[in-house]
Design a protein around this ligand. Structure first.
Ligand code: SER
Length: 354
């Protein structure tokens, strides 16, 4: 396994797909442009939905990006070792261009050759009746039959919501080793932390319509999504997302400001992790023009800032400290998101005022 920083992983992913004919597009805003039904951009494919459904994208039919995402559905879980409200999703997309053959072959090449993950720690899933994907995995990866697992549930049929592009998907799982409790997908122990999904390859073939019917898409498409932070846990061989390089730098800053040590006391760790997560979300939200208010996404931002401030008090921090932490978010992420540096003063002002 190679040791790569988060910044290197992001760049490597984009270079890999750039070399394979993909146009690299910048992350879209966290404020969804094409979808008034949700508050935040929640997946790499989210801003690209119209193009998956047939509209012509100005940058072409093969794209790759790293998309900023916010998911607040699990906000009450944040503080444990695995939940984040802000994360980055690496993705490659084909709009009626390549399909399963190339998507699977490139994913395997990237994961095993470029990231250097050992084949014996990998398993994949396919939708139960997707013989085509099964056979491609067999040919490309040469995995034994018990490592290409057929799953009949919606875990292997991707839908964004009730409407829009959808199709069977195939996921790549990484084995964190027998010392961690858990089992292969499809087994009773699948919810454990041993086998963790790192990449979801979606083969968009259908569109769900508002009347509940499902029609074939005009063109077959590929939408893949790989969580950068989760990938970094694997490649950097650390215990949790709070130990990967960029997030650890922020976590250390929380410890420095509060004078607390990480990994000594459960309650303290919960507060350190919660602040670490929430200040990342808040920094990126403000850089996209979201302001703390009393409704909608502004209310979510206000709640994140206030919860982080409250946990700061719990750690014994006096006075405003979130702007100081935000400087670390900006310095750790500005290679991928230069707009953070450009809007630094504005972001720090909003945090200080709130
Ligand atoms: N749409 C899929 C996901 O969000 C793959 O990008 O997981």
């Amino acid at each position: 396994m190679k040791s790569l920083t988060t910044t290197e992983l992001r760049a490597l992913f984009l270079r890999f797909f750039g070399e394979r004919g993909h146009t690299i597009i910048p992350s879209a805003s966290l404020i969804p442009e094409n979808d008034p039904t949700v508050l935040f951009t929640t997946a790499g494919m989210h801003p690209l939905m119209p193009y998956l459904m047939g509209a012509a994208h100005p940058a072409g039919v093969r794209l790759a990006d790293v998309q900023k995402c916010v998911r607040t559905g699990d906000i009450d879980e944040v503080g444990d070792a695995s939940h984040l409200t802000f994360f980055e999703m690496l993705g490659n997309f084909s709009f009626g261009d390549y399909f399963k053959d190339d998507a699977i072959a490139w994913a395997w090449e990237l994961v095993t050759k470029e990231f250097g993950l050992p084949k014996d720690r990998l398993a994949v899933t396919v939708f139960h009746n997707d013989d085509e994907a099964y056979n491609i995995w067999k040919k490309v990866a040469g995995l034994p039959d018990d490592r290409i697992i057929r799953i009949a549930t919606k875990d292997n049929f991707w839908q964004m919501g009730d409407t829009g592009p959808c199709g069977p998907c195939s996921e790549i799982f990484y084995d964190h080793g027998p010392e961690v409790w858990g089992g292969l997908p499809g087994t009773p122990e699948e919810d454990g932390d041993r086998w963790i999904e790192i990449w979801n390859l979606v083969f968009d073939q259908f569109e769900d319509l508002p009347d509940g019917s499902r029609i074939p898409l005009k063109q077959k498409c590929i939408d893949t999504g790989m969580g950068l932070e989760r990938l970094a846990v694997v490649v950097q061989d650390v215990d949790s997302i709070f130990d990967v390089d960029t997030i650890q730098a922020l976590r250390n800053k929380v410890c420095e400001i509060s004078g607390k040590e990480y990994d000594k006391d459960h309650e303290t760790d919960v507060s350190i992790r919660l602040i670490t997560d929430h200040i990342r979300s808040a920094t990126f939200m403000i850089s996209d023009g979201i302001m703390p208010t009393n409704e909608g996404r502004g209310y979510v931002l206000r709640r994140l800032i206030r919860r982080a401030a409250r946990h700061g008090r719990k750690l014994g921090i006096d006075g405003a400290f979130l702007a100081e932490l935000s400087k670390t978010v900006i310095s750790e992420s500005k290679d991928g998101y230069p707009e953070l540096e450009e809007k630094k003063e504005f972001i720090l002002n909003v945090l200080n005022k709130e």
